[in-house]
Write a protein that binds this ligand. Structure first.
Ligand code: 2RA
Length: 351
């Protein structure tokens, strides 16, 4: 029989998508599938591939006999438990931010750098942040063809990037303003939220309903946010371009799930829209939705729930040589998180 795989954080937002993905796969390479979660969720029954399984409590014993442990838990838990899984003989595939920039931990997007799964001195492989991941398959394919030199991106990030708390908050805010004549000013929206009993504390720093918020992640030096630095550092690491020039502005938008990015990418070589389309179309995990004549382009609402990354609005920049502009949408819970982690595990199972 095949290797034993564990989902750590099986009952969380990303863990649940992971289980959906396993249920939707035509075949899986696993002998046993083990579900691991916090003591609060232990004992819960979840059916995976037709078999009802009991969630076991996160503990060293839970990793006994596990070959590949996929972690979908917060940074602190990964930091503590991924090494425990490795000590028990497993390879840990971690979706948190705990190890991504560790030089001894590969940061993998299988379409771009699958071979890196074999260079893992710590026994840990990291999955990129969902914002980086949402554009990475497209960027990787274009880099291979044209040679990436500079990258300027603006993100349009969905509320579910902030977990279930973010989703609940956006839904509460939307119901608080729906059908009401709320003024356009942020203070008016805040007043409507208070009147509807929505708590003042929010993961988004400002009202997200009827608004966009140019802040995602935590505060870093010189005005940058953690999210913006992740886009820069992770893109460099995945593409193997340690000096790549990157500048990102990350913005939260009132979308439940699926991150979008407007990308301005400058390459070594001459670019063309037609060739870019061919390159992107040749990649199985990318869908090109791009027809300016028919006004065909991707939107997050169309892409949510899909495995593929959607690319559209591909244009040759008018004033910047060798530069493409494009808009990309990727489901931040699927390719942005659970799916990529799962694909790394599948790559490992293939040997
Ligand atoms: C966000 N990328 O969208 C983050 C989640 N990891 O908030």
């Amino acid at each position: 029989t095949g290797p034993t795989v564990a989902v750590v954080g099986a009952t969380g937002a990303v863990g649940s998508v992971m289980i959906d993905i396993m249920n939707q796969r035509e075949t899986v390479p696993w002998g046993e599938i083990r579900l691991i979660a916090s003591p609060r969720s232990a004992g819960k029954k979840i059916t995976v591939r037709g078999v009802e399984r009991t969630v076991v409590e996160l503990s060293p014993e839970a990793f006994e006999g596990v070959d590949i442990a996929m972690f979908d838990v917060p940074d602190e838990l990964s930091e503590r438990w991924a090494p425990v899984a490795v000590d028990c003989g497993a390879i840990a595939v971690d979706n948190s931010g705990a190890f991504r920039m560790n030089p001894e931990v590969p940061l993998v997007v299988p379409e771009v750098n699958a071979a890196k799964v074999h260079e893992r001195p710590k026994g840990i492989i990291a999955n990129p942040n969902c914002t980086t991941l949402s554009m990475m398959t497209a960027l990787g394919a274009l880099h291979q063809e044209f040679g990436l030199r500079e990258l300027v991106v603006s993100s349009y990030q969905a509320a579910s990037g902030s977990g279930q708390e973010g989703v609940d908050r956006l839904r509460d805010e939307i119901s608080a303003v729906a059908g009401k004549e709320v003024g356009e000013r942020s203070g008016d929206v805040a007043e409507a939220l208070t009147a509807a009993g929505v708590p003042e504390e929010t993961p988004f720093k400002a009202p997200l309903a009827l608004n966009v918020v140019p802040w995602a992640g935590s505060r870093k030096e010189d005005g940058w946010t953690s999210e913006e630095l992740k886009v820069r550092n992770e893109s460099r690491k995945i593409l193997g371009l340690s000096e790549l020039k990157v500048s990102a502005t990350c913005v939260r938008v009132p979308v439940v799930t699926t991150h979008s990015l407007a990308v301005h990418a400058t390459f070594e070589n001459e670019v063309g829209v037609e060739r870019a389309h061919q390159v992107l179309e040749a990649a199985p995990s990318i869908a090109v939705h791009d027809d300016p004549e028919q006004q065909v382009f991707p939107t997050p609402a169309e892409v949510v729930g899909q495995d593929r990354t959607y690319v559209g609005r591909v244009r040759q920049a008018l004033d910047f040589p060798n530069t493409l502009e494009f808009f990309v949408c990727g489901d931040n819970l699927r390719k942005g998180a659970a799916l990529n982690t799962y694909e790394i595990a599948e790559t490992l199972a293939q040997g």
